[in-house]
Design a protein. Structure first.
Lengths: 215, 215
């Protein structure tokens, strides 16, 4: 199996990967155009190459297609968002109210990603002292999907202003599945290199995250 | 800012990105060679392009250099690993005992990644109903680092068989930092397309993770 030609990741690929990271974006403004046949399947195949603790592959995908369920999830978001707004005062509250924090109004694909918490896959390896590793593995899958989508011109927006238990009930998933992410997916209305939260003055990038503590 | 030339992610880049995902690997066998000057800094710059809830960028990096602290972390791993072994019987226990689950013996770089749980960055946006979103953002950063490293020929191994509170104490980090990942980083002894846990018969890939539930 390892006789397969090993890849050569040259400078040109490294530069393009950097561009992918720079232009990724969390997208909330979508065109309603459907994705071409087969593209989402291909993106999910790539997603399944994600790392996971003990090779547990605990990510589970739910495509939310039914209009009533979509409406219920959107109402879940709106309730949580109204509640979140109460936590801000003055200018920050005014700004928060103007933010578009979900693309559920137009995104052609809506995909919930769960973690199968009781999976036997992986035989428990690597998540005894850090049980959160299973959920983290589902997060890694979301990031793979995000980057793969963007490389194909497709935008993804992660909606986290949502009650996860209520969403799981709406989607009637097995009891040992925990919602990790609710994703809106489709072609973006605009390509942007600057995060919308930076553009709109909510939160600039800062340098704390770049410092390395030496120990 | 958006007058910048938009990138063109063509088929050739998409193919190479697929190869990157296929050849990523969780590495436990390292060469002891140091990374070239500046490479780790560059990888961390790329890592800071990761998505984060509310643009909170809560990831915090700790380079573990001190031999005594390295020894303490390694002992933390060994204790947790011995304990984990007790959970298996028969053939699975024999196999577990043979697995190499940490590259701490040789990796030239050891990097702990934390989540700054009480960061004010992001102003609380997006993690009221799902407080785990901050930690998830640090997980996204780890994945970015992983892929960027691999694109530069550098391997990364995520050690999760570790007591996170004890590791935080060893590294004397602020009280509101939570360990998300302990990473071994360096050039891999071998490049592999097949995960080691598959090669050694611990856990094959399976198809459950690829199914899409329709709702």
């Amino acid at each position: 199996m390892n006789d397969i030609q090993k890849p050569d990741f040259d400078q040109s690929f490294q530069d393009k990967l950097q561009q992918l990271l720079e232009w990724r974006r969390d997208v909330r403004h979508f065109k309603t155009d459907a994705l071409p046949d087969g593209l989402l399947d291909h993106l999910l195949d790539l997603t399944c190459l994600s790392p996971s603790v003990g090779n547990s592959q605990p990510w589970r995908f739910v495509s939310v297609d039914d209009p009533e369920r979509r409406a219920a999830i959107r109402s879940n978001f709106e309730t949580a968002n109204t509640d979140a707004l109460q936590g801000y005062d003055g200018e920050k509250a005014q700004l928060y109210a103007k933010l578009k924090l979900s693309g559920m109004d137009r995104a052609p694909v809506q995909m919930a990603v769960f973690c199968h918490e009781e999976t036997s896959q992986g035989h428990g390896l690597g998540h005894k002292t850090m049980p959160e590793m299973l959920r983290y593995s589902s997060v890694l899958a979301v990031h793979t999907l995000w980057l793969a989508a963007r490389a194909h011109g497709v935008g993804l927006g992660w909606v986290s202003i949502i009650d996860p238990e209520k969403a799981a009930a709406t989607l009637e998933v097995p009891e040992d599945w925990r919602l990790v992410a609710y994703l809106c997916i489709g072609y973006p209305e605009e390509e942007q290199v600057t995060p919308e939260l930076v553009q709109l003055g909510w939160q600039d990038r800062q340098d704390d995250c770049r410092k390395v503590l030496r120990r």
